[in-house]
Ligand binder design. Structure first.
Ligand code: ADP
Ligand code: MG
Length: 322
């Protein structure tokens, strides 16, 4: 495919983008053009209270009637899956939601960002998936974040992709493990690895919602069609409840035409599925994990923190079921 620096781009004219999007255009809502800027979403009164409070008084966010399990997936690496999982989860937890992040990437980046031990003999998601260890045995509360919990991944999880192949109900092992645990949480956010293998399949079978981060650059659309076809296959055969609920545009650089072209193109095809809030490029977002923090506590006033707070607010106010 053409190199970005050599070829003037109009993503809409690209065979690649057409290919990436062709399988979904027909069943999506009509295009609505929205401004590609970060706007604070309007606060609304809490619609669904599931008992108890939900945070900051007038700014209370609605608690879902039942746990929303969201798989954050994109087989492309480096598009912002982990950053999105961690910061959306942190933002939700700071507004009274009880949130579990399941780290399903052997690299353990989400565990690192949430200061959750994931080296050595720490029991992890691998043991849940392969050895049937109950989820409760591995979940840890995130330091300084009372409503936020993490199920860590160690490097052992790299072996699960192969070991799962021979196990009974290999696609549904995460779903089973979470089923016993969902009542504890308002949200379970699953940070997927950069592949479409059995780990991601487990996430898509366990979830009702798929959230896809799309980096606002050209190659980011590559493979999107394949991911969406996988979602359709899993919906057809393994998990009828699954739906693409959310697309979030990440690493948006307002100075480039390409970023706004990609954003416009994605919006024109996916309509309301795309969050109004766009996540800008922000150095603070990339610094926070090395301090074992989300950006919400590392630098709450930064543009990245405010954008993820707005994105989380939008998600919280969206209907839980289509
Ligand atoms: P993935 O989980 O899809 O591989 P990450 O969330 O790990 O992607 O992001 C890849 C890299 O980009 C990380 O170093 C992360 O800190 C950085 N990053 C992610 N989002 C942003 C952003 N909006 N601005 C700046 N850096 C970002
Ligand atoms: Mg990641």
């Amino acid at each position: 495919m053409a190199n970005v620096t050599q070829t003037p781009l109009n993503p809409g004219d690209s065979p690649l983008v057409r290919e990436a999007l062709s399988s979904v255009v027909s069943r999506e809502t009509p295009a609505t053009t929205q401004p590609a800027v970060t706007q604070p979403a309007a606060e609304q009164p809490a619609a669904t209270q599931r008992g108890g409070t939900s945070g900051d008084g007038d700014n209370a966010w609605p608690r879902p009637a039942k746990c929303r399990v969201i798989a954050v997936a994109n087989q492309k690496g480096g598009v912002g899956k982990t950053t999105t999982s961690v910061n959306i989860a942190a933002a939700l937890s700071m507004h009274g939601q009880r949130v579990l992040v399941v780290d399903l990437d052997p690299q353990g980046n989400a565990s690192t960002a949430l200061a959750t031990e994931h080296r050595g003999d720490v029991p992890d998601v691998y043991q849940v998936l392969v050895d049937d260890l109950p989820m409760v045995e591995i979940v840890k509360q995130v330091p300084e974040m009372p409503n936020l919990y993490c199920a860590p991944a160690t490097i052992d999880l790299a072996g699960a992709e192969i070991e799962l192949v021979s196990l009974v109900a290999r696609e549904a092992r995460l779903r089973r493990a979470l089923a016993a645990y969902e009542a504890e949480f308002d949200y379970i956010v699953i940070d997927c690895p950069p592949s479409l293998g059995l780990l991601t399949v487990n996430a898509l079978v366990a979830a009702e919602e798929v959230m896809i981060p799309i980096q606002c650059e050209y190659y980011a659309l590559e493979g999107l069609g394949q991911l969406l076809r996988n979602v359709d296959l899993i919906k057809a055969h393994l998990n009828p409840a699954l739906r693409l609920s959310t697309i979030v545009l990440t690493m948006y650089d307002g100075r480039t035409r390409l970023a706004s072209q990609v954003a416009d193109e994605v919006r024109s095809h996916f309509g309301e599925t795309v969050l109004k809030t766009v996540i800008p490029r922000s150095v603070r977002l990339s610094e926070a994990p090395s301090y074992g923090q989300s950006v919400m506590t590392y630098d709450p006033g930064s543009s990245g923190a405010m954008a993820y707070m707005d994105a989380a607010r939008e998600i919280a106010h969206r209907a839980t079921v289509a």
